[in-house]
Design a protein around this ligand. Structure first.
Ligand code: SF4
Length: 127
């Protein structure tokens, strides 16, 4: 897909994190307590002043782009309860996602969500 870096997906994010995402960001020096919040027993990216902790709204860039969570790489493919895998209408560039890319990302997202679900208990014991 072609991303405009408009930041719409980084505003009031609810992106779920896997332990691998957390470890990757923590090993680069980011403190988990700074970038994680927990909702519904699931670790998610924390917002600061309405923006993802890693997003710089002035530069319109992610401070951890190369290390960003897998869910951010998969976006704008999302899973909606009762609808299934779909493209997020919030993203103005969703039309640039090819059918092949959509299928691949949906498959990866399915695995990621199952992994995060399994990790939920492990994550809670780390808190
Ligand atoms: S909303 Fe879409 S175009 Fe904008 S930054 Fe996110 S992925 Fe890129």
């Amino acid at each position: 897909m072609h991303c405009l870096h408009c930041g719409k997906c980084c505003h009031r994010t609810e992106m779920e994190l896997s332990l691998k995402d957390i470890q990757r960001l923590a090993s680069a020096g980011f403190r988990p307590e700074d970038f994680i919040t927990v909702h519904g027993d699931v670790p998610r990216l924390r917002n600061v002043n309405g923006w993802c902790y890693f997003y710089d709204p002035f530069k319109r860039r992610c401070k951890a782009y190369k290390l960003r969570p897998l869910g951010c790489r998969i976006y704008p493919v999302i899973y909606v309860e009762g609808e299934g895998f779909t493209l997020d209408k919030l993203c103005p560039m969703r039309h640039t996602v090819s059918e092949k890319e959509f299928k691949l990302k949906a498959k990866t997202l399915k695995k990621l969500l199952a992994k995060i679900d399994l990790e939920r208990k492990a994550f809670l014991t780390l808190l």
